[in-house]
Design a protein around this ligand. Sequence first.
Ligand SMILES: [Mn+2]
Length: 245
Amino acid sequence: MYDVIGDIHGCRKELHDLLEKLGYQTIQDNLHHPENRMPVFLGDLTDRGPDSLGVINDTASWVENGQALYCPGNHCDKLYRFLLGRNVQVRHGLETTVAELENSSSLFRQQIEKKFKKLYEEAPLYLVLDGGGLVVAHAGIRYSDIGRMDKSIKSFVLYGDVTGEKDDRGMPVRRDWASIYPQGKATIVYGHTPVLKPRIIGSTINIDTGCVYGGKLTACRYPEKEFTDVPSSLPRVEEKFRTFM
Ligand SMILES: [Mn+2]
């Protein structure tokens, strides 16, 4: 039984509030649930929120201890490339995580960088769970791509079905892949696009309820397909939430 948790973006307080509400107990670097449930993190652990390094520290420990699962988001991918010394633009939220690193002691910084690199390198691009009944992918996945792990689907899984265009607010235009995902197939739980409440279209469930924009941090309990959420402690940024017709 899984609790898939939406985009955290450095909101460590909300992460702990949500885990507590779901019945988890944390003791130092360990996470325990009396009914042996397991959290699944669908990427975008860091950036924009107040404690990205704390979120890395917690989640990487739990994954390493076999107490949680993780697949990356686009912000994770960019942070990883930054840590490798690649030429990435330190913006769109990455600047907050980089500032946290720069303000840390060199020992803590080294530990966090090592932990995050290991977490990222050992993670699959997306997770296939429950014998194929549940797929967790940061921005979603096409039905025909489930089972593939090659590089050509990486952009879709991390960024969604982008057209390369920008909308009138300067946001990347994303096609609504969920609306054409076939009915009755594997349940896809994903995030990446902030919505006011979980968006269920057929077998697809978007649980990015914009915690870092003052919304909520949401978990989708599986197989129940029920939601648990906690409110954000951050100010509301209304224009960041997508509405669908
Ligand atoms: Mn994302």
